[in-house]
Each structure stands twice: as structure tokens, then as C-alpha cells.
Design a protein around this ligand. Sequence first.
Ligand code: GGG
Length: 357
Amino acid sequence: MPEYNLAVIAGDGVGPEVVAEGRKVLDALSQASGGPTFRYTEYPWGSAYYRETGRMMPEDGLELLQGHDAILFGAVGDPDIPDHITLQGLLLPMRRAFDQALNIRPCYLHPGVVSPISGKQPGDVDMVIFRENTEGEYAPVGGRLYEGTPDETVIQTGVFTRRGTERIIRAAFDNCVQRNGRLKVTSVTKSNALAFSMVFWDEVFEDVAKDYPQVSTESLLVDRASMDLVRWPEDFDVIVSSNLFGDILSDIAAVVTGSMGLAASANVNPGRKHPSMFESVHGAAFDIAGKNLANPLATISATAMMMDHFGEHQSARRIDGAVARSLQERKVVTGDLGGSASTTEVGDEIVRLLGEG
Ligand code: GGG
């Protein structure tokens, strides 16, 4: 019976509430005979830690995380701390230090869930977004000069390496070949305006595509892709995009599938030298924090992605099956999906459904 050594960073806002339900589901897996077991180490980092120490995590935080098999992450964000401090102090350094280059964000319209786009049927929306996760527009490269004067000058640079660009594009193609028979990869850029970085991205995309002749390809500008995601989401299969565009497009895709509260995310280190991280796409949602109202299904689905990462595919399918069944039955759903169940009730329901097999 394998035991996995997990780091848990519940973080801010609704993070602790949804992570508690994710752990509840992992613990339920452990009850099955031959199921995986888990050892958790909690790291109380985030905005509360920042208020006490002036840092989002301790100086040796990354060293502490390195020894774990994976990281289960909640959320970052605080109404009283600037977002660039909370994000740059914890989530983004973790992705870079652990070379979590592949941010994988699946979106599926489940039976029982109503899309805000009229006429969309269950399964019509079925896509996965591959977002480059360690460089691009989120690279912390730039500076500020003559601050507060009329000459104030600000530079923020995008960083696109051949290695990073090729890695995410190749991962998208590999996933496309494995996942289904539709076989289409859409690359999203803005190469008409960003004539260095995104023209380069387009070239790498065309090069990599040659290795996958069975996959059809398209290249869309991000403005066109954003429109199409809303009006024709069924046209997309696998999307590959830069850090910034992938971040935005995956939020659009999540709401099209009914709620941000359903969107899970894996931050994968392709070389497996470092721990990968699993989290909801949504943030801290501090307007509902502490009220037991948040939908924990995104985090619970992220635990299924973690199981797949460990090769525990049967456990992953059990979690996915329980999530799908709870959505279809609609007996226990949170407010974002039109129900009145609490965060803990949804977690309990998933555990109950896991028990039914
Ligand atoms: N659960 C993820 C979270 O807290 N997200 C907040 C956020 O702003 N994320 C931006 C990103 O994923 O790059």
C-alpha cells in the first residue's frame, strides 16, 4: 500500500475550507483495501503569516517543500494586502522553483450543471487548457525608475524560452493524442501585436505540430479565442497558451462549464525532480470565506489529478465518478450551482458516494 507524503498549504480565504474537504476525500480513499495512504504536513503560510512576519512563506520554505511527493494548495489573496505581494510571495515562486512548467486545467460541462451559455448540453464543453506556467508574461523581470516623479518609467518584460515554449506545446500535443479521438490543438497567441514573443511561439507551435501529423491544429489570436470560448466552446479540444493568456482563458472556460467552483488545476514538474502542486483554479474568494459556502469540488477534482500524477488511476477515476454523480443527482450542491448545501456537506456527499463504489 503506497504512502504519499503531502505538503498542505491551505493559504487564504476559502482555501482552508476547500482543502479540508480535499483531505477528507483523500482519507476516504485510504479506507479502501489496498488504497493509497497519505502523510500530511501542514504549512501555515499565506496572508496571516505575512502579517506576522512580512513574508508569505519562510526563507527556507521551498527547501521544506522539496521533500514532499506533492503539494495540495488552497488559495492566496487578501483584501488588505496587494495581490502582487500575495501571488509573488508564494504561488508564483513555488511554480518557478519547482519547475512546474505545465499548468493543466480541464473543463467539462457535467450532466446536472447548467452552462450560462444557452443551449449547451452535457459533454458539449470538453476541453483541457495547457498554460505555460513558469515564464512568459509572469516572469518577474522589469523595474521601476524615477518612481513618483514625472519621469517615472516602468518596464515589465515577457520571457519566452525555446525550452519552455516547446515543452508546454509538446505536452499539449501528447495529451491530445492520449485523451480522445477529436485530436485538435488550438494555440492562442497575439502575434499580430507581440511581434517578437508570440511570432516565436507560433513558429515553435508549427515546428512541434510536424511531429503529430494525426492532430489537426489551429492558431487563434487571443481576442478571437475569447469570443469563441463563449459562443462555440464545443469547438475546443486542447488549448495551449502562454502564462497570462492561459490564466484568463481558463477562467472563461471554467464559467462556461457552470462555475469557477468546479475548475481544478495541476501544476506539473515534467522532470519529476520536484513536487508538483494541485489546486483549485479559483482564488481566495474572501467575500464568502469562513462561511462554509465555497464549492469544494474544484479542490476535490484537483486531488483526482494528483492521483493520476501518482499513477493511482483507479483512485482518480473513483473521485471523478463521485464528483460527476453528485453533480448529476444535484442533491447536495453549493450556491454557485443553484443549491444550498455547505462546503462540508458537499465533501461528506463525495465521501458517501465513494463508499458506494
Ligand atoms: N487556488 C489558486 C489561487 O489562489 N489563485 C489565485 C490567483 O490569482 N492565481 C493566479 C494564477 O494561477 O496564476
